[in-house]
Design a protein around this ligand. Structure first.
Ligand code: ADP
Ligand code: MG
Length: 141
């Protein structure tokens, strides 16, 4: 499998629960390297741009107000099959349907406040990494 990069966001609910370190340990234990990271309190317009693909979904307004409700921790993960591996560690979008032991199953409360974002393809990963990080902020190691 190829070495990939993916964008991960620890959402405001999980940051408020003080579990950034526990989430980072899961990445590290799965062989994913954190090659860039920053904490940001998103504005409405940042969140709307980032989630533009969901603009016409019925949950869009709730998603945006949740994402701006507090700081988020944003990181680029690198490793073998990083995109699928990160999605596996996160678990299903709805924490009630997420497999036991996944981040969403352990730390999320609802399908809206679901602790994590992770890119879903090579194409979206490249776009999402570039949305938050410039070339000089991303390290190969
Ligand atoms: P994922 O984050 O697992 O890739 P999606 O890309 O489908 O899921 O949706 C983006 C985000 O929108 C989800 O993480 C969740 O916060 C929110 N969301 C998705 N579906 C719903 C829903 N049916 N009701 C409320 N919020 C939702
Ligand atoms: Mg998605």
């Amino acid at each position: 499998m190829a070495i990939e990069r993916t964008l991960s966001i620890i959402k405001p609910d999980a940051v408020a629960k003080n579990v950034i370190g526990q989430v980072y340990s899961r990445f590290e234990n799965a062989g994913l390297k954190i090659i860039a990271a920053r904490m940001v309190h998103l504005s409405n317009s940042d969140a709307e741009k980032f989630y533009a693909a969901h603009k016409y979904r019925p949950f869009f307004k709730d998603l945006i107000s949740f994402m701006v409700s507090g700081p988020v921790m944003i990181q680029v993960l690198e490793g073998e099959g990083a995109i699928a591996k990160n999605r596996y560690l996160m678990g299903a979008t709805d924490p009630n349907k997420a497999e036991k032991g996944t981040i969403r199953s352990d730390f999320a409360d609802s399908i809206n406040a679901n602790a994590m974002h992770g890119s879903d393809s090579l194409e979206t990963a490249a776009i999402e990494v570039a949305f938050f990080f410039s070339e000089v902020d991303v390290y190969s190691r």
